[in-house]
Design a binder for this molecule. Structure first.
Ligand code: 4AD
Length: 430
């Protein structure tokens, strides 16, 4: 019977004869014994080969394998307190599927080397668990939006219009013309609300980030909902409901995984709406009272966000930023001139901003004025301006960085471990 390794531990398989398929994780020989640990997509199990219990071919192959050789192993499941998971396989047959060459990764190698061999390092237990977690997180996000009756549509990736300012645009040659890799699907998601009302896009966004930080990638996955008739308040309520939904699903369904990657499930269990809302000006004062150094009118950097969130156990909203430091499409609050109806959602424990959202300017005159104030060329935004000419309605939306959320939920030190092949200022390989 071919089984996944996790089934050996989850079902009562004691004393049953099973076959598992996978890759050699550890390997050691000792006299007439071979101790091999096999891994598959679900876990690891120790397999013990005794010379007098297997045929000659099995004995030879079990001796000669390398770490990461692929193999099919049959044997009896027996209890052994010393083995990982408390069970091991007493091997009756060992078949090497592909021996290959000695694996180039051993312990204690530098981060840079591990990034050079990322295509192989993806097999590590750590990254396997992280990407399993990432996959669950993305599934729960999609599940949430499906329950909330949103439609998912794709945005274009090649565009002519900057959404988030010129400084981080990747420019490319588009059949002799200039185009860019999309910084955000938002402007296109806005076009979708006129037919489907509640939509989201989930696609890569590109930022030519010139700095090396633990939370910036040049290519990241961006989930961007956009909702007709939603105001600033409804927008924030949707964000906290979404974050709560995914956090609670992870705690309920994957507590072991969370522990294995270094996140205490009890910490995520506290992530329940409502989240605290702090006005930008108050937030700047709080940062300064807590020992930070920030001028009013500046944006929060990683350090300021860490200071601001340090006493919180769940994410916090900062809202009403000065319009000068936010994007051209965010409307001024008529009740607070100079400040826009926007929010950033900041995760605690130094993880920082995971979401940026706002109402959108929906009146033509206001949009034209802001395009001018921001020194943008209206020609580049003609189609977007058009959306305000025909049946425009109040609407809001936000952008969630998938890798930022994964970093926070799985409590990872660096954003590069949240995506299989990270793209940063210094790396576009492998
Ligand atoms: O705050 P940002 O730049 O907002 C937008 O792009 C809006 N158009 C989104 C919208 O309203 N639809 O980016 C949104 C989020 C950030 O909060 C962060 O989580 C993530 O995208 N993000 C990055 N993630 C990884 N690497 C980068 N370089 C990122 N830049 C932004």
């Amino acid at each position: 019977m071919i089984v996944h390794i996790s089934e050996i531990f989850s079902k009562k398989m004691e004393n049953k004869e099973v076959t598992v398929r996978g890759w050699i994780y550890r390997h050691r020989t000792s006299g007439n014994m071979v101790f091999a640990v096999l891994r598959d997509g679900s876990g690891i199990i120790q397999a013990t080969v005794k010379k007098d219990k297997v045929d000659e071919k099995s004995w030879n192959e079990s001796n000669e394998v390398y770490v990461e050789s692929s193999a099919i192993i049959s044997g009896k499941v027996v209890k052994d307190e010393r083995a990982p998971g408390g069970y091991e396989l007493k091997v009756s047959k060992f078949e090497t599927v592909y021996k290959g060459e000695p694996f180039p990764i051993s312990k204690d190698l530098s981060d840079e080397f591990l990034l050079d061999v990322r295509h192989l390092w993806l097999r590590s237990q750590k990254l396997t668990k992280i990407f399993e977690g990432r996959s669950h997180i993305v599934n729960y996000l999609r599940e949430f939006f499906s329950k909330e009756e949103f439609y998912e549509l794709p945005p274009p990736i090649l565009t002519k219009s900057a959404c988030e300012g010129g400084s981080t645009l990747f420019e490319l040659d588009y059949f002799g013309d200039k185009a860019y890799l999309s910084q955000s699907g938002q402007l296109y998601a806005e076009a979708y609300i006129y037919s489907l009302e509640k939509v989201y896009v989930l696609a890569p966004s590109f930022r030519a980030e010139k700095s090396r930080t633990i939370r910036h990638l040049a290519e990241y996955w961006h989930l961007e909902p956009e909702m007709a008739w939603y105001d600033h308040k409804m927008n924030m309520e949707l964000q906290e409901k979404m974050v709560e939904y995914v956090a609670q699903k992870m705690v309920k369904n994957h507590p072991e995984l969370l522990k294995e990657v270094g996140r205490e499930p009890g910490e995520l269990a506290k992530v329940k709406a409502p989240f605290k809302r702090i006005d930008y000006e108050k937030a700047v004062d709080m940062v300064n009272e807590l020992g930070g150094k920030m001028k009013h009118g500046e944006d929060f950097g990683a350090d300021e966000e860490a200071v601001l969130t340090k006493d919180f156990e769940k994410p916090v909203f900062v809202h009403h930023f000065p319009k000068e430091i936010k994007a051209f499409y965010m409307p001024e609050d008529p009740k607070k001139p100079g400040y826009v109806l926007c929010d950033d959602l900041l995760a605690p424990q130094g993880h920082g901003e995971i979401i940026g959202g706002s109402e959108r300017i929906w009146k033509l005159d206001e949009l034209m004025q802001r395009i001018e104030e921001n020194n943008l060329n209206p020609k580049d935004y003609q189609w977007y301006i058009d959306l305000r000419k025909y049946g425009s309605v109040p609407h809001s939306g936000f952008g969630l960085g998938i890798e930022r959320l994964v970093k926070y939920f799985l409590n990872l030190d660096h954003i590069r471990d949240t995506i299989p092949f990270p793209r940063t200022i210094t790396r576009c390989y492998p």
